[in-house]
Design a protein around this ligand. Structure first.
Ligand SMILES: [Zn+2]
Length: 411
């Protein structure tokens, strides 16, 4: 049987980078290379209902091993890697029996994984660490998650004596560009809850994410030839600049907040004299606070319109995603079982919050409560990315216990 390490190395060497400028689904055809391989591997493991659909989404079922009707839960991981760093010709480097200390990457000696910035390394002396050669990202985000799920499937298929209910496996595309759940059919998945295997470290259970809205502020002014601009020109660039400078900077900004604090974040501006616009992110753990932020933006717009009567300022708010806490409340067992399983695997669970969104925040909102679990990822989207066989194995142990915990339930 394949080892966890063999699986991981096989998956990371397949280039599956997604592309946010593409208008196809999946955004890059190369993601299908891994999707098709995973479907074939699910078949050869003997999983039921194996399917790789036109969108590259792979689904399969680990059949129940108990006599009663236990509820089905789903396990998710994404095949794509981040567009932020090259994933062509990933050359994973396996550091067996790690002796502690900083790790210099062989093909880029200026790139060093320092213990000072990676305290998790301190408890991994003797472990098998996997890094890049320094020229690409590793893709542990989220091929650790895929390797963990496939190893659990292999383990449960080889050990029918382990009591568990049906488990749906689902590998998705385009998570890194915000489209991981676009094509998921929850009806067909037919599970009571899900778990994304896409978290860092060991034993963490992410049960909250930001709630998020996106805003486009558009200023419409009047362009004239500058030679005859007196009392006629209304310069959108100047008015938009005033708008930006009136946003809070000492508070409520990414530069000044952490933990549970939210923010207003202008991240893109474009335009000319006649029209200029800014894109702004609103983020907070409390969904109502997004409304307060939007009110502040509308107030600034109204103030500026009264100062510049010939200008028009439009504030358009679009909902992005919601704190998964709201959706998790519908199925309290999703978190209870994750906590129970982590302890049963000999790991003390840590409940954590994400200053961002996951596929789970969208799935939870769509009606499938889906927290996020650790898979041993570190430094994602970077050439300094690394993982360890031991941390991935701990994630496997947690999932086996999760299968057993759910297997005791009645549908
Ligand atoms: Zn990920």
């Amino acid at each position: 049987m394949d080892t966890l390490l063999q699986r991981f190395l096989r998956y990371v060497q397949i280039d599956t980078q997604s592309d946010e400028t593409s208008d196809t689904y999946p955004s890059t055809a190369k993601q299908l290379d891994l999707s098709r391989l995973l479907a074939a591997e699910c078949m050869s493991l003997g999983l039921a209902d194996v399917c790789c659909d036109e969108f590259g989404i792979v689904t399969a079922t680990i059949p129940s091993s108990v006599d009663h009707a236990a509820p089905a839960f789903a396990l998710f991981a994404h095949v794509d890697t981040s567009p932020e760093y090259s994933s062509t010709n990933v050359n994973p480097v396996v550091h067996e029996n790690y002796q502690g200390g900083d790790i210099v990457l062989p093909n880029a000696e200026e790139k060093v994984i320092r213990v000072a910035n990676n305290p998790a390394l301190k408890s991994l002396v003797g472990a098998t660490i996997i890094t890049t050669d320094g020229t690409t990202l590793l893709g542990s985000d989220d091929k650790s998650g895929i390797a963990v799920i496939m190893s659990v499937a292999a383990h449960l298929m080889a050990h029918p004596d382990v009591p568990h209910g049906p488990i749906r496996v689902c590998f998705t595309c385009d998570e890194e560009i915000g489209h991981g759940v676009d094509k998921i059919d929850l009806k067909q998945l037919n599970a009571v809850c899900g778990y994304t295997l896409d978290g860092d470290g060991v034993g963490k259970i992410d049960s909250e994410t930001f709630s998020a809205d996106g805003v486009i502020v558009t200023v419409k002014g009047i362009n004239t030839h500058p030679s005859i601009g007196k009392d006629a020109m209304v310069n959108s660039i100047r008015i938009l600049s005033q708008f930006i400078t009136r946003l809070p900077t000492d508070t409520d900004s990414p530069e000044t907040t952490d933990g549970r604090e939210g923010f207003i974040h202008p991240y893109h501006v474009e335009g000319g004299v006649a029209e200029a616009s800014a894109r702004i992110l609103l983020r907070d753990f409390e969904t109502e606070q997004l409304g307060e932020y939007a009110t502040l933006l509308r107030q600034i717009a109204a103030d500026l319109e009264s100062e510049h009567p010939l200008a028009n300022i439009n504030v358009e708010v679009r909902q992005q995603y919601r704190n998964m806490r709201d959706g998790l409340a519908k199925e309290p067992r999703a978190l209870e079982k994750a906590i129970e399983a982590t302890r049963a695997a000999g790991i003390e669970p840590t409940m954590s919050i994400i200053r961002g969104g996951t596929d789970g925040s969208q799935l939870s909102e769509m009606g499938l409560p889906t927290p996020n679990l650790s898979t041993g990822e570190h430094n994602p989207h970077s050439p300094l990315e690394w993982t360890s066989v031991e941390e991935m194995q701990q994630a496997v142990d947690v999932l086996v216990q999760l299968a057993i915990a759910w297997g005791r339930e009645l549908e």
